[in-house]
Ligand binder design. Structure first.
Ligand code: T1G
Length: 686
């Protein structure tokens, strides 16, 4: 056949093997020979059954995403599935690794699916801003029911082999040599004889659909979509599968697919798919990695405890160090409580909780860190404290151990210089809660050794983090840009906007919440301490903090939180405080619309990103997008600030920045040269 598709025959059972590393994507050079193979087998009466299998580490992980946005080359997946489905002899998909998107749709074209114990099956297209386009929305509900299909397709989250078997998606689960099992299974089916109804003809499960319950669930999912089109389209397509004849529903799926694949949202989400993978690619990333078997964490507070859990969840034994037994006891108790909450929520088994807790060893003695291969310091954000700790680490840690700090803005070169081994020092900036948030800013200090960097990039993947390597500057990439985004917040309030008005501009843009609600959630005292440490002021926020209004944790901040609720209620006292401050400065409030709010917050954000690129603090514009989407809730449908700048129009952004720069004289609005070039070239590549 071809290098990517081969056919073997085992006693009358044909085995079609797809081999397109690394993930057997259904690229054109796979689809064409696959179609030829299936047509030939369809017309070969000597073949009693057909098995479709894949070489390498996984079954087909979907259509080839790199082909999206380009003219579609025939044959399409739908045509291949139509040929497959028309074959009267038993066809069996042998699924190992992942059967995702078009891969699962190909398998749904078979009469039977058998899976390896470790296999995962799903339709994750919604994560690319599209919906299954190869019949998945019409065939999956016919096997697992409309309610389950809705969940699987709108979430895009794959399920395991056992769950798939229980749901009727796979017909058998095997351990060991899957292809042999699949051939035997196919032979047995052939021996038993047909008919073998194709999935398209199996309506029984659909007839049981409770459409009212389905619509209620779909409406709830739509509410959570926050402006994303794909989840809504996915729900509509599954509903069509229930209410329309097969071919009509298939045509509706196609129409939705064609519309979404051309959308800015899908382009943004595909950009992020590749950006996350690019972020981990760095010159020297193939350096020999250091062995990491045990991890030490200094500080069992909110950040330290979360970091320790992230490593324990990744399977690493953790030594947790605190300054006193009492602080240690408190830290370990919080960790146990967090696991107990996960068990109660059903996201963790009691057994797994026990296993993870067994990973922890508490100590107050630095000597107990001597057997750690990586030590992460998560202590108080104060340079003198950091230097003292790294001095002790320098003495206690074994040679070759990696010494990391979780500081979110302090100078890591200065911290490294306080040790005799700056080549082993780097930043691992986790985001709170560290056991949940995916982003990890890996801060490369001036003297950080390439193998230390390569080691932690690989480690990030092993603990399920999305890593982005950044350089040393105040606030690194994320917090530095956050400061630029927030630099006008107080001015906007003084000039007439309210906290809820500004927050609404952000949620309408697609953020989970706006800056004032986020401030109240994180605690206004954190920013206050940081400003004081740097001799900076924010008259309104400082006054709120002086009044003990730290946000949710004190029941009032920029908003009121009545009776411990998390629902922000506008507070007339705060609005009166803002008006007083404005009057003190002789500022006459005026009407400020959402466009102006976005211009004065997100345009400086993009501008700061451009400066960061110019300085080489970030290697790629797409790295900045990965930071903002995974660490700061930037809407995925907009692809991150740097990608969004392309959608918004860099020329418009430069024009409006100039306007505000002339009006306010503030540096944050002075267009960065790289942004001005982007406005001409439409590319961030310098
Ligand atoms: N197309 C093209 N390249 C792909 C790809 C794909 N579908 N999946 C992975 N790659 C590349 C990836 O960029 C990386 O490249 C390398 O493979 C290894 O990937 C009609 C329209 C399968 C779970 O959304 O979720 O089918 O960086 O680093 O961590 O309805 O890849 O080495 O150059 O991620 O082991 C639906 C996407 C497509 C699944 C493996 N399918 N892939 O994870 O490896 S739309 C998906 C994944 C579709 C149909 C529709 C993961 C993985 P490079 P990796 P991994």
């Amino acid at each position: 056949m071809s290098s990517s598709v081969s056919v073997a025959n085992e006693g009358g059972v044909a085995i079609v093997t797809i081999d397109n590393p690394p993930v057997n994507a259904l690229s054109f050079h796979v689809r064409e020979p696959l179609m030829q193979a299936l047509v030939a087998l369809r017309d070969d009466a000597s073949v009693t059954a057909i098995v479709i299998a894949c070489a390498g580490r996984t079954f087909v992980a979907g259509a080839d995403i790199t082909e999206f946005g380009k003219p579609m080359q025939q044959p399409e997946l739908r045509a291949i599935v139509a040929v497959l489905e028309a074959i009267a002899r038993p066809t069996v998909a042998a699924i190992h690794g992942t059967a995702l998107g078009g891969g699962l749709e190909l398998a749904l074209g078979c009469h039977f699916r058998v899976a390896d114990q470790g296999a995962r099956l799903g339709l994750p297209e919604v994560k690319l801003g599209i919906l299954p386009g190869g019949g998945g929305t019409v065939r999956l509900p016919r096997l697992v029911g409309a309610a389950k299909a809705l969940k699987m397709i709108v979430s895009g989250t794959p399920i395991g082999a056992d769950e798939a078997y229980g749901a009727g998606l796979v017909d058998a689960v095997f351990e060991g040599d899957l292809t042999t099992h699949a051939v035997n299974f196919a032979r047995e089916m052939a021996r038993k004889g047909g008919p073998f109804p194709p999935v398209r003809d199996r309506d029984d499960v659909l007839k049981e659909t409770d459409l009212a319950a389905f619509d209620a669930e779909a409406a709830d999912l739509a509410r959570k979509a926050r402006g994303l089109e794909a989840p809504i389209a996915c729900a509509q397509a599954v509903r069509d599968a229930v209410t329309l004849p097969f071919d009509e529903a298939l045509a509706e799926e196609r129409a939705l697919f064609v519309k979404l694949v051309a959308s800015d949202q899908s382009r943004a989400q595909r950009h992020l798919f590749f950006a996350e993978r690019e972020a981990a690619k760095l010159p020297g990333k193939d350096a020999v990695k250091r062995r990491i078997a045990r991890v030490g964490v200094i500080g069992a507070g909110t950040m330290g405890g979360g970091i320790a859990m992230a490593f324990a969840n990744g399977g690493f034994p953790v030594t947790l160090l605190e300054t006193s037994q009492e602080a240690l006891r408190r830290g370990l108790a919080t960790i146990e409580k967090n696991y107990t909450v996960s068990v109660a929520r059903g996201s963790l088994s009691e057994d797994a909780k026990r296993q993870r807790l067994a990973q922890f060893k508490g100590t107050i003695d630095h000597a107990d860190l001597a057997d750690c291969d990586l030590i992460v310091e998560a202590a108080f954000e104060d340079m003198a404290v950091k230097k003292e700790i790294f001095g002790k680490l320098d003495a206690a840690a074994r040679p070759g151990a990696i010494l990391a700090t979780n500081t979110s803005y302090l100078d890591i070169d200065e911290i490294a210089a306080s040790t005799s081994r700056p080549q082993d020092v780097l930043g691992l900036h986790f985001f709170s809660p560290a056991n949940v948030m995916k982003l990890l800013e890996i801060v490369r200090a001036e003297k950080t050794a390439p193998d230390a960097l390569a080691t932690v990039i690989d480690l990030a993947r092993r603990i399920g983090k999305v890593a982005v390597v950044v350089g040393v500057c105040h606030g690194f990439v994320g917090n530095r840009m956050l400061a630029a985004r927030g630099s006008e917040s107080e001015a906007l309030l003084l000039e007439g906007a309210t906290p809820s008005q500004i927050d609404k501009a952000f949620t309408d843009f697609g953020w989970p919440m706006g800056p004032f609600q986020m401030g109240d959630l994180a605690g206004l005292d954190i920013g206050w301490r940081n400003r004081k440490a740097r001799g900076l002021t924010a008259p309104i926020a400082d006054t709120l903090c002086q009044q003990g209004r730290f946000g949710q944790k004190t029941g009032r901040g920029f908003y009121l939180y009545e009776n411990g609720s998390r629902t922000p209620v506008p507070d007339p006292e705060v609005e009166a405080l803002i008006r007083d401050k404005a009057a003190e400065k002789g500022i006459v409030p005026r009407t400020i619309d959402a466009d102006e709010i976005i211009e004065r917050t997100l345009y400086p954000l993009v501008n700061e990103g451009a400066k960061i690129l110019e300085e080489g603090i970030a290697a790629r514009a797409s790295d900045i997008d990965v930071v903002w989407v995974n660490g700061y809730g930037f809407p995925i449908g907009k692809g991150g600030p740097m990608f969004w700048a392309g959608l918004e129009g860099a020329a418009r952004i430069v024009g409006r920045l100039r306007y505000w720069h002339e009006r306010t004289g503030k540096d944050v609005f002075k267009p960065a040269p790289l942004l001005e070039r982007m406005a001409k070239t439409d590319s961030w590549e310098a």
